[in-house]
Design a protein around this ligand. Structure first.
Ligand code: ZN
Length: 385
């Protein structure tokens, strides 16, 4: 399942930005090779100057990739699609959006925004080179950046998933066939073809031209793309196993309840006795919060005797709810994004706020994973409709 990995470095437009560990290696490599390149091209420059421009260029490259991802995000947000995070990888980034676009044209516009942004940056840096020749610091920096942004835009337009071009390709196939799953498979397959082609091209380039560094670099990118294409195909498989299922299908109907005034000590006994990991906290038949094993364990054991459940429980207004008809896939993504293990399922009320709303069950991550495993074991699901 997709998870966010890397260091969080900040937040822009309300979107958390993460840096994948691989970025640090690439950052060092780019800075090093740029410094070498500048040393070679400008023998009169001091090493400090080479390294300063190298670092500055790397940082601006980083900014360029971020700008590219933000442009996808802005368009997605314009379609009211929430952007959960942006992660910057080896030679690009991923803007993780909360759901797939509902129309082919939306997907098309979100995807094409990135390459357009990179072309725009290429034009801006190219303009800088007109005013500053390559022998000056801004000129050397802008030359590398316009070329790189240009290559980035072209590379991203290759018609294979998970590149932008793959998404554009998927949107076109989707628009024509009106079949989202099929179009994703087609784009996944073309992604693999693009990846293999890059690996073969890299090997050929290294062997026949003797350009080992360049050749290996192409092959490396191809290999990275291949695993990304395989991952996106695997994600479709996951989606397919959950197709047609709703929260009500897999929720457990028993809803264990505890009073709010009992001590954590007593709650601990209850958990150990029954094996149930999550309870709703009630007073006078009114729901006031939720308590679970994680919350219990967050309190040091020697304080359990003189602390009540009420003091540490998740208060009612902070509980995340599911509706019985909520599709399971979206629900699983919501559970993962919020990093919670269970949600109460509430019927007959918006977010469980109205008076006639009542809790009809509990849904857990485990129960969703169990149905996925079972469906994978039994084989392909025959569509019910
Ligand atoms: Zn992109």
């Amino acid at each position: 399942m997709p998870t966010t990995s890397g260091f969080r470095i900040g937040r822009i437009l309300g979107i958390p930005i993460y840096l994948h560990a691989s970025w640090l290696l690439i950052f060092a490599l780019i800075t090093y090779s740029l410094a070498m390149q500048f040393t070679h091209a400008h023998p009169q420059w001091s090493p400090t100057r080479d390294w300063t421009i190298g670092t500055l260029t790397s940082l601006l490259f980083f900014g360029s990739v971020l700008f590219h991802e933000l442009s996808h995000s802005v368009i997605a947000q314009a379609y009211k699609i929430r952007v959960d995070s942006i992660t910057l990888f080896v030679f690009g980034g991923v803007a993780r959006i909360s759901r797939d676009p509902s129309k082919a044209i939306q997907e098309f516009n979100i995807a094409i925004a990135g390459p357009i942004a990179s072309f725009f940056l290429a034009a801006v840096f190219y303009a800088v080179t007109i005013f500053f020749p390559y022998t000056t610091m801004p000129g050397a920096l802008a030359t590398w950046l316009w070329e790189t942004n240009f290559v980035l835009a072209i590379f991203n337009l290759l018609p294979g998933f998970p590149l932008d071009g793959g998404r554009i390709f998927r949107a076109i196939v989707w628009g024509i066939t009106k079949d989202f799953t099929r179009s994703t498979k087609v784009a996944g397959t073309s992604g693999k073809i693009v990846a293999y082609a890059m690996i073969v091209f890299g090997a050929w380039y290294a062997l026949s031209k003797g350009q080992w560094q360049q050749g290996l670099w192409y092959a490396f990118i191809g290999w990275f793309l291949l695993s990304a294409a395989q991952e996106s195909v695997a994600q479709i498989a996951v989606k397919e196993t959950l197709t047609g299922l709703q929260a009500a299908d897999v929720m457990s109907q028993e809803v264990p309840i505890i009073p709010r005034e009992i001590s954590l000590e007593d709650y601990g006994h209850e958990v150990l006795r029954t094996g149930r990991r999550c309870h709703l906290v009630v007073t006078d038949e009114r729901l006031v919060g939720m308590m679970n094993v994680n919350t219990l364990n967050s309190v040091p054991r020697d304080e359990w005797a003189h602390m009540s459940v009420q003091a540490v429980m998740i208060p009612r207004e902070k509980i995340l709810w599911a509706a019985p008809e909520e599709p399971l896939l979206g629900l699983l993504e919501r559970l993962l994004a919020a990093d919670v293990n269970q949600m109460p399922v509430v019927s007959g009320g918006e977010n469980g706020e109205s008076n006639n709303a009542h809790i009809i069950g509990m849904i857990t991550r485990d129960s969703i994973l169990r149905v996925m495993r079972t469906r994978a074991e039994v084989g392909p699901v025959v569509p019910a409709k």
